[in-house]
Design a protein around this ligand. Structure first.
Ligand code: GLN
Ligand code: ZN
Length: 757
């Protein structure tokens, strides 16, 4: 049986692309050197897959920043303000991705959004009224040729026209319909060009098909593909879907002249049933996504082989595939020296998934695979007890009652009380928690991890940083201070390391956006808090200032969403366990004099099911109560904040209000402000701090710009409910721009106060 990989991680086994790109941004290397490093990486990635015996290897899955941005560039979708900078092709690309501030001009980055239900973020392409959509780029063919010259025949992959139309933002008067013909022409030309290059397989990624589709969407899909598919003569078109099932269009898809259809059997709850019901044509290849591209647990061969057997039993030609791009898992287990072999034996990262694909493909062709070693050792793993249960945790959870999910008194009463007791000015200023993780901060952590300095030295250094940043915040004039999170590498990994039940890796990085990678912990067993985690840092910070110090925690939903979850218990059970652990920390912070506690739910939106019908019963119905469980035990005077990245919760506003936090800060500067109208419409009770400037870019916002943003906000939000803050943590920024931006922000708040108070 043949095997296919939808896409491979591109950042490099040790994040080489990240480091090279960052050097380029800092002008430490020239474009040529960056291009060379990228080329080497692609070569390694192709050869690794080829050596593993993968039959359908992707090209053009490489990206310097993001594959949606790449596709936009391929189609000539570059907004005027970036073109007018007159930068090189590469720098125009980066200006769209990261913003640009320099001798050629000053523009913000394009908006960034979460890629379906993952923690990967894509750049939102913007189509203006005068944008001419046409095939312009060459990346796809260059990379195909590059692979070919290395002796690797690849299937180039590109985001499909339907998904592209859905992801673009239309900033002028025109809408998607006005660009349909141009997009269709561009894709038709793309196929023709692939014909010229004698490309045998071309993969169109159409993940938007797993979302709810209305009749008009189905018609749109037909219109696109009925026009472009006839352009394919020798070139086989693979329609690749992932992150769910395609229930609204499956019956149509199988009748269309695709040479192959890729379906997700992991997240696609109905995929198998759809095949049972409608069949699958024998003249097409079914790229069966049976090896999980998102999670790191080994594949259970017995189950997978059964499924393949069932599909083949129907006469279907199966190509074994990953369920989505391997972009979402770390690169290799090879660098994990600290975890025991016993633990490691349960995991498969991208490289190991290649082995799984190969082993499975060999096994399935054997008469009696049960006697094969690969099968037996896999079977053994799944038959033995993994040693991950904790009776106390299970007991505690079983004693949680309905009352534990309710904070009293009701929020409006608390808010009045807090106004009196906290004594904050109108439009209080604050930050989201972290301050720049400068070289010295990282060096301190790394020295401690390597055992080069003692724990005392490590702690002393961080305390010095805390003291410095408090003086600095006082000097800038911020109202609610933070301790800066210097002791944290990543907001989830930090808690993962401190809580019982988690495992953490050394080099298991996964790309989050651009050059930013995260290292998600692995939830191995039942989760509990071993001892206080943040209390000492926060209490120390509070002891240095008379201003209010905000305690800083990560919420249960985010901890779960940014970890690799267990597959043997439900997400609901895992989240509830984590919520109890965080609850202990919240109560300890309060007992130690912390009056404001922020419980970040940066990733709350992330696992919201892609289909609306599943939103509540499969997610919000337990995720929101889990958040309440963390803070329902505090005194009325204690102010609970939460923070969410991205304001993409317009459609779940009542659920967000139902978290029953006193204040929420969220990202707003990169997205449209429609969210504010919706908050008003839903009589949102929680106080709000929509971010007044974008922290994902090094650009410094002017006072005027922030005042303007605040003025707009004040047309939608009551003045006694508005907070002033950046849109996310500042850890990825450098000090000079942070200092300048925060000073401007504080000044803007005072301008507004003078006007309104
Ligand atoms: N408190 C975290 C920080 O400031 C929040 C980060 C996030 O929302 N991603 O870094
Ligand atoms: Zn954030």
């Amino acid at each position: 049986m043949q095997t296919s990989v939808i896409g491979f991680p591109r950042i490099g086994t040790l994040r080489e692309l990240k480091f090279a790109s960052e050097k380029y941004f800092k002008k430490e290397i020239e474009a040529d050197e960056l291009l060379q490093i990228a080329k080497e990486l692609r070569k390694t990635h192709w050869q690794t897959q080829k050596e593993a015996g993968i039959d359908y290897i992707s090209s053009n899955d490489f990206s310097f920043y993001d594959m949606v941005l790449d596709t936009a560039v391929l189609l000539g979708i570059i907004p005027r303000r970036y073109r007018e900078l007159n930068l090189s092709e590469m720098d125009t690309y980066y200006a769209m991705a990261r913003g640009y501030q320099g001798t050629s001009g000053d523009v913000k980055a394009l908006a960034m959004k979460k890629w379906f239900n993952t923690n990967y973020h894509y750049i939102v392409p913007e189509i203006e009224d005068d944008t001419v959509v046409k095939l312009t780029g060459n990346k796809l063919w260059n990379e195909y040729t590059e692979a070919k010259s290395l002796g690797v025949e690849t299937k180039p992959v590109v985001i499909g026209a339907y998904t592209m139309l859905k992801l673009c933002r239309y900033t002028g008067k025109k809408s998607a319909a006005d660009y349909l013909d141009a997009i269709i022409n561009a894709y038709a030309e793309l196929i023709e060009k692939c014909e010229e290059y004698e490309i045998t397989w071309l993969q169109f990624d159409e993940p938007a098909l797993v979302q709810d589709m209305e009749q008009k969407d189905v018609e749109l899909f037909h219109k696109i593909y009925e026009t472009i598919l006839p352009c394919a003569k020798q070139c086989h078109i693979l329609l690749q879907t992932y992150f769910g099932d395609v229930r609204n269009i499956y019956a149509d898809l199988i009748k269309m002249p695709f040479a192959g259809i890729g379906l997700d059997f992991i997240e696609g709850k109905e995929t198998f049933a759809l095949i049972e019901k409608h069949g699958f044509p024998q003249d097409k290849l079914l790229f069966a996504g049976l090896v999980n591209g998102k999670n790191i647990w080994k594949n259970h061969y017995e189950k997978t082989l059964e499924k393949i057997g069932a599909l083949r039993g129907k006469g279907i030609q199966v190509v074994l595939s990953t369920s989505c791009s391997l972009l979402h898992v770390p690169y290799t287990l090879a660098h994990e020296g600290k975890l025991s072999q016993e633990y490691l034996s349960y995991f498969a990262f991208a490289e190991e998934k290649l082995i799984e694909l190969k082993e499975l493909s060999v096994l399935v062709d054997r008469k009696d695979y049960t006697s094969e070693t690969a099968y037996q050792s896999n079977q053994k793993l799944f038959c033995t007890n993994r040693n991950c249960d904790n009776v106390e945790v299970k007991n505690r959870l079983s004693h949680v009652t309905e009352n534990d999910y309710v904070r009293l008194p009701e929020r409006s009463v608390r808010q009045n009380l807090q106004k009196k007791t906290l004594g904050l000015p109108a439009f209080p200023t604050t930050t989201i928690g972290s301050f720049p993780q400068t070289k010295d901060v990282k060096a301190n952590r790394s020295a401690f991890r390597k055992g080069e300095i003692s724990e005392q030295e490590y702690v002393d250094f961080n305390k010095k940083k805390i003291a410095e940043c408090i003086t600095w915040q006082e000097e800038i004039g911020l109202d609610v201070l933070v301790h800066g999170e210097y002791e944290r590498n990543d907001m989830v990994e930090y808690f993962g390391e401190a809580l019982g039940g988690f495992l953490f890796t050394e080099k298991a990085w996964v790309q989050s956006y651009g050059t930013r990678c995260v290292k998600p912990p692995i939830i191995w067993g039942d989760v509990y808090r071993q001892k206080p985690i943040t209390v000492e840092w926060s209490a120390y910070a509070q002891s240095l200032t008379s201003k209010i110090m905000k305690g800083m925690l990560t919420g249960p939903v985010t901890i779960l969403n940014w970890s690799f979850p267990r597959e043997d218990i439900s997400i609901k059970e895992s989240i509830s366990q984590i919520a109890l652990a965080i609850r202990d920390e919240v109560l300890d912070l309060e007992a130690n004099g912390i009056k404001i506690i922020q419980i970040d739910e940066a990733a709350l939106r992330e696992k919201l099911p892609l289909r609306k019908t599943d939103w509540f019963k499969e997610y919000l119905d337990f995720a929101i109560p889990a958040f309440r469980l963390t803070h329902s035990g505090v005194k009325p005077e204690t102010q609970i904040h939460t923070h969410m990245c991205y304001s993409e919760f317009t459609d779940i506003i009542p659920a967000i209000d139902d978290m029953d936090a006193d204040v929420i800060t969220f990202e707003a500067s990169r997205s449209d402000l429609q969210i504010l109208d919706s908050l008003r419409m839903h009589s949102f009770e929680t106080e709000v701090g929509p971010g007044v400037y974008d922290i994902h870019s090094p650009r410094v916002p002017s006072v005027e710009e922030i005042v303007n943003a605040l003025n707009i906000m004040l047309t939608k939000i009551d003045k006694d409910k508005l907070w002033v803050n950046p849109d996310c943590g500042l850890k990825t920024r450098a000090m000079p721009e942070t200092d300048a931006s925060l000073r401007n922000m504080v000044e803007a708040a005072s301008v507004i106060r003078n006007r309104f108070c």
